[in-house]
Write a protein that binds this ligand. Sequence first.
Ligand SMILES: [Cu+2]
Length: 374
Amino acid sequence: MLAKIVASVFLFVITFLPRLSLADWAVNMTEGVTDVSRSVYSLHMQIFWICVAIAVVVFSVMLWSIIHHRKSAGAKAAQFHENTTIELLWTIIPIFILIAMAVPATATLIDMYDTKESDIDIQVTGYQWKWQYQYLSEDLAFFSNLATPKEQISNLAVKNANYLLEVDEPLVIPIGKKVRFLLTSNDVIHSWWVPAFAVKKDAIPGFINEAWTQVEEVGIYRGQCAELCGKDHGFMPIVVKAVPYEDYLVWVSDKKTIIAEQEAAAARVWTMAELMEQGEKVYQTNCAACHQPNGEGISPAFPALKGSVIATQDQQAHIDIVLNGKAGTAMQAYAAQLNAVDLAAVITYERNAWGNNTGDLIAPQYIQSLLKDK
Ligand SMILES: [Cu+2]
């Protein structure tokens, strides 16, 4: 019997040994890079060791009792009811243990909830399936989309080191400043989770939740949506770039210039080839998750655009659904998400890709006039 147990334990260890020896194989939480994340970590370790101590005491007493008072050794059960001393002990000791755990836990929670006196406020909005970041005092807003190429997702190419944890536009924040996040959602419940900051907060439509962080070290920190939010829940990662404050200021002004230039580009004349090229990019980033890269959709949830009535005939209906979405469906209003050039490009693309050879060119200037009327 004993030999058998030893053998199976040995087998178990042998099976898992190669995994244990992997350099980056870690089971514990990350310590993170903020005061809060470190206190969360040490709280976790404190409580973990309290649990270990309790387990050692309880199981030792149990094992000792099982072995020394077994029936085969002639043990007779003591027959008694009520023992005030024991009952007091097993009530009072756990109370002290609980208090010892509650005091540091409450202190950490109060700290996490203290969003007062922030230096920078950023509204984070969850969308199916991307994040929008709005710098409230800067009049600056943009979307952050998954950047992992489709070929890697479908196992047609070698996966990057940061597979599914990379985005086109990371959130940029300065180190040494208190950054407050106001979290909400445009559609379903998402959750914004960056383990290195110990920030994990639900983004709920119609509500604003608050969280904050103050990062000390320059670096790139990665996270994920932590609330099952539909088909591409696993494809809306979070990337935060923490940079020195001066670099942050430069980034803000550069970013604003780029956005202004992109908006100004709507005024010029765009050729079919330019719009198709830009449109394909916009489509793959924003639309392909539902309508699929080949425009065939996923029946019955997401309609095909290849050969669809709207995408091949009624131009106004096409523009309308892309700009305004369709209430009560997963089709979002893109007027608030994309600029005039990208909207015109993606509509032109849909009307001419996959054999939708309408030859229609939607001018960015026209879309811009529609956006202005809103
Ligand atoms: Cu989500």
